[in-house]
Design a protein. Structure first.
Length: 590
């Protein structure tokens, strides 16, 4: 018995000591992370910025403290970080060029890919070089890398160039197997978001608009690649029809899609020649994380705030499906915009919008906050991949609106979608209901039955009033009549290039263009841009109870691919506001 107690105490003591050691190691790791995140990167002479196009791209990249501590850092890239790094590389005399290595890269939208490509073209204006290499190129990575001076391919690699297709999901029949169906109220013949739940194929108006915008995106891609690679648009279309991903690699060189077939070590040799260093010398490389630590130009002049609003628009943190782990939370955004309104140091604001929409109520609240902000200082909108439906709602009050050529915008319409679980409960599970009520509509919205005709009519009137308010907000903001707005509304989705012609936007341009315009409207001679809201530090992210969920969401997104958003939508449907101003839940453009 005595030996037993001795062994038990020894074991307990060992466990305690192990816990203390692990705690000390964790603290040291955290301090190291904090120190590294706060440090400034020193740039060696004759350096190369190495941009690894691998992982998933979002509007902004979030810190992943759990991944850092576990050593399983997910490949999550931020568009803001990439654009900033390219600018720093352009301005830094010690950075001589950019080397892009193409991998398994997934962009959030075609507009984001276009923005990276435009930043690379701007970089080349400095006279510096860009070299791209890939074991294989996806269509997206090839589109971006085609801006390079030289595009190299592994001798056994491929270039996926096949055109664009949209393959929306329809869940009506799946839900019916469980006795669930959706009751729909909507305004706008093009308002296609509910089709996922209420139809088994695309409606004719939806097919019309989807055809228009994927053709528009493809035209931009064709024109851009044609100009950079000096290959005709007709030839590029012919290559897509041939599905050149399966073509012989030597044929890809003859087609001028790539410049040369090389192995990795041979590409290093080419880079060394450009740097004018010996073959046995090491290449001084700066990766994206290091470029983020490089000092940029000194901030001078007055402040122009760039406020990032991206993801689904929701009423609260628990109010809906968060695209890529981020959402536009109405009460938070309104408070932030109020602070910018009252901050005398901020002379103008650029609202960076990348959102397919969401809650109509939340969109109205943010519209109000933007209107109040505009009353005190200029507001310019910079549209990213999406600024549609609710995303357009929160944009339309601005003084000036920029979009990317391939921004998906418009979709001025509204709908309500209400789940009917009565079939599941009564037919599948055998639950029986009875009813006693004091007033005519006391049981409105009960789970026992679907809406009756009178209740449906009341909902239609309510949705109609929401649509009328949306149209009025657009008409007032864009200085048009209601009739003029109605001609381009009805829930129709427009591409940025097309939106310019119908005055939904004022100009095609980048975030930088929007900042310049905001400074011009504020009559600023010298200015600098400051991003809001400030991203959470790694330590704040670590303490945030949602950081673990965010990490898991990123991992699930990478594993499930195209199926991630539809499955996540089904999981969270009951937490979303029933009245929505948004695009389809997940636009698949391949």
């Amino acid at each position: 018995m005595k030996n037993f107690l001795k062994y038990v105490l020894a074991t307990i003591t060992g466990i305690i000591l192990l816990g203390i050691v692990l705690a000390i190691i964790s603290v040291i790791s955290m301090v190291g992370l904090a120190a590294s995140s706060a440090s400034n990167t020193k740039v060696e002479e004759n350096s190369v910025f190495t941009l690894m196009l691998s992982g998933t791209l979002d509007e902004r990249a979030a810190e992943d403290p759990i991944g850092m501590l576990t050593g399983q850092v997910s490949e999550n890239l931020g568009l803001d970080n990439i654009i900033s790094a390219i600018k720093k590389a352009k301005d830094n005399e010690d950075v001589k060029g950019i080397y892009i290595e193409a991998g398994a890269f997934s962009s959030d939208t075609p507009a984001s890919s276009h923005a990276i490509r435009e930043a690379l073209l701007d970089f080349k204006k400095s006279g510096k070089w860009i070299v791209a290499y890939g074991d294989s190129y996806t269509q997206t990575t090839y589109y971006i890398c085609s801006a390079a001076d030289k595009v190299y391919l592994n001798p056994d690699g491929m270039v996926d160039w096949h055109g664009l297709a949209s393959t929306p999901y329809f869940l009506k029949d799946l839900l019916a197997k469980f006795g669930v169906k959706y009751q729909l109220c909507k305004v706008g013949k093009y308002k296609s978001a509910p089709e996922m739940m209420t139809a088994d194929k695309m409606s004719d108006p939806n097919r019309e608009q989807v055809t228009a915008y994927i053709q528009g995106i493809w035209k931009v891609m064709l024109d851009d690649v044609s100009k950079s690679r000096k290959v005709s648009v007709d030839s590029l279309n012919a290559y897509a029809d041939r599905f050149v991903a399966l073509a012989d690699q030597q044929e890809l060189v003859k087609m001028k899609l790539v410049d040369k077939l090389m192995y990795t070590d041979e590409v290093k040799g080419e880079i060394k020649k450009l740097l004018k260093i010996d073959a046995d010398d090491d290449i001084a490389q700066l990766f994206l994380s290091q470029m983020n630590g490089v000092k940029g130009k000194k901030a001078e002049g007055e402040q122009v705030a760039v406020y990032y609003a991206y993801g689904d628009i929701v009423d609260s943190e628990s109010g809906g499906m968060m695209q890529s782990g981020h959402s536009i939370v109405a009460n938070t955004v309104c408070k932030d915009l109020e602070k910018l309104t009252n901050d005398d140091n901020v002379k103008a604001v650029v609202l960076r919008v990348n959102s397919p929409g969401g809650s109509a109520y939340a969109s109205e609240q943010i519209w109000r906050a933007v209107t109040n902000l505009k009353a005190k200082k200029p507001v310019v909108v910079s549209m990213g991949g999406y600024a549609a439906s609710g995303g357009y709602y929160i944009s339309c009050a601005a003084n000036y609106i920029y979009s990317e050529p391939t921004t998906i915008t418009g979709s001025i319409g509204i709908f309500g979608m209400f789940p009917d679980f009565s079939g599941l409960l009564t037919e599948k599970l055998g639950v029986k209901f009875d009813e006693v009520k004091t007033n005519k509509h006391a049981a409105f919205g009960t789970m026992a039955r679907p809406f009756n005709d009178e209740e449906k009519a009341l909902l239609d009137e309510y949705i109609g009033r929401g649509y009328e308010l949306f149209r009025k907000r657009v008409a007032d903001g864009r200085k048009q009549s209601i009739d003029q707005v109605e001609e381009i509304a009805q829930g129709r989705v427009w591409l940025g290039n097309d939106a310019l012609g119908i005055k939904l936007v004022d100009a095609i341009g980048s975030l930088d263009d929007a900042v310049k315009k905001a400074a011009e409207l504020a009559k600023l001679k010298e200015y600098h841009a400051t991003s809001y809201p400030e991203p959470a530090s790694w330590f704040e992210s670590l303490l945030d109870k949602k950081s673990g969920d965010s990490y898991l969401n990123t991992e699930m997104r990478q594993m499930l691919g195209e199926l991630y958003e539809p499955l996540r939508m089904v999981k969270t449907i009951n937490h979303q506001n029933a009245i929505q101003a948004r695009l389809p839940y997940y636009l698949t453009i391949e």
